[in-house]
Design a protein around this ligand. Structure first.
Ligand SMILES: Cc1cc2nc3c(=O)[nH]c(=O)nc-3n(C[C@H](O)[C@H](O)[C@H](O)COP(=O)(O)OP(=O)(O)OC[C@H]3O[C@@H](n4cnc5c(N)ncnc54)[C@H](O)[C@@H]3O)c2cc1C
Length: 258
C-alpha cells in the first residue's frame, strides 16, 4: 500500500527522496498501485520531463517515462517492435505503463522485453552521475542495481532488422514461447527466446545468423514450468527462430526488389 506520495521537479530532489527507506520510483503505477501488504512511499517521475522520444541519427532515445502507447505511436520503431508492444498489454494499460517501469517489472513472458533485449537496448541510469547499463546486464540484477537510482533513458539502434514470433493459447495472450531476432547490416545477429522465468534468455549474439535454430533449442532446454515442458519449449523455440530468420530474409528480398 502506498503510504506517502512525492512529486519532485528535479532529478536531484527525486534521488534524495529515493534514498529514504521503502521508497520506490513511480512510473505509470500500474504495478505499484496493485494491492500489497508492504507499506511504501512513491516518487512520481511525471514532472521530470523524462517522457520524450527522440531520434538521434540511427538511434532512438526513449525517455524512461514515455508510455508504451507513445512508443507504439512513434513513427520510428520497426513493425516487429510495434507488434510486441501491442502484445505486451491492453490499449488502456499502454496509455499508463511506462517503458522503464515495464523493463523493470516484466518477467520472461514479456514480448516487449524479449524484443528490446534482442535489439541490445541500453539504459541510462542516474544516481549521483549518469551511467549506461546494457539491458542484458541489468535484467538479472534489476532490484540490486536500481536501488536508490533511476532509469532516465533507454536507447536502441534503428539500423537493425527485427522479427518476432510467438506461440500462445490465444493470439493476444502472453507467449508460452517467443523469439526475437535482430540483425545489424554488418551481420551481427542477436536471438532472444522468452516465455518463461524471470526474464527472457539471450540465445545467440554472433557475427552471422547460422545456427539460430540450435541456439534457440539450447536456450530453452531447461525451460519447464506449469505452462509447458522443456522438451516442448525447446522444439518450438527452434521452429520460431527459423520463422524469424525466414521473415528477415523475406524483408531483405522485398527491399532488394523495390
Ligand atoms: C490489470 C493489470 C494486468 C497486468 N498484467 C501484467 C502481466 O500480465 N505481466 C506483467 O509483467 N505485468 C503485468 N502488469 C504489471 C504492469 O502493467 C507492467 O509491469 C507495467 O508495464 C509497469 O509499468 P509502470 O510504468 O506502470 O510501472 P510502475 O508500476 O510505476 O513501476 C513498476 C516498477 O518499476 C520501477 N520503476 C518505474 N520507473 C522506473 C525508473 N524510471 N527507474 C527505475 N525504476 C523504475 C518501480 O519502482 C516499480 O518497481 C499488469 C498490471 C495491471 C494493472
Amino acid at each position: 500500500m502506498i503510504t506517502a506520495y512525492h512529486r519532485p521537479r528535479t532529478l536531484k530532489e527525486a534521488l534524495s527522496l529515493l534514498a529514504r527507506p521503502n521508497t520506490y520510483p513511480l512510473g505509470g503505477g500500474t504495478l505499484l498501485n496493485r494491492p500489497s501488504l508492504e507499506q511504501f512511499a512513491v516518487v512520481d517521475l511525471q514532472a521530470l520531463g523524462l517522457n520524450k522520444i527522440h531520434k538521434n541519427g540511427n538511434n532512438l532515445e526513449i525517455g524512461a517515462t514515455a508510455t508504451l502507447q507513445a512508443l507504439l505511436d512513434s513513427q520510428h520503431i520497426p513493425p516487429a517492435l510495434q507488434e510486441t508492444i501491442r502484445l505486451e498489454t491492453t490499449y488502456n494499460l499502454r496509455q499508463v505503463a511506462t517503458v522503464a517501469g515495464t523493463l523493470v517489472s516484466a518477467d520472461g513472458r514479456s514480448p516487449f522485453v524479449t524484443a528490446m533485449l534482442a535489439l541490445d537496448a541500453s539504459c541510462t541510469v542516474f544516481s549521483n552521475q549518469y551511467s549506461v547499463i546494457i539491458l542484458g546486464d541489468l535484467l538479472p540484477y534489476r532490484t540490486e542495481t536500481l536501488h536508490g537510482k533511476l532509469i532516465t533513458k533507454i536507447e536502441i539502434s534503428l539500423n537493425v532488422n527485427l522479427s518476432y514470433e510467438s506461440v500462445a493459447r490465444t493470439p493476444a495472450d502472453r507467449p508460452i514461447v517467443c523469439a526475437a531476432l535482430a540483425q545489424w547490416p554488418a551481420g551481427r545477429t542477436r536471438l532472444v527466446i522468452g516465455g518463461w522465468g524471470k526474464s527472457p534468455t539471450l540465445a545467440l549474439d554472433g557475427n552471422e545468423a547460422s545456427g539460430v535454430e540450435a541456439a534457440a533449442r539450447n536456450a530453452a532446454q531447461d525451460a519447464a514450468d506449469e505452462w509447458g515442458s522443456a522438451e516442448y519449449r525447446s522444439e518450438v523455440a527452434g521452429v520460431l527462430a527459423k520463422r524469424c530468420q525466414d521473415r528477415l530474409n523475406e524483408n531483405k528480398t522485398s527491399y532488394l526488389i523495390r
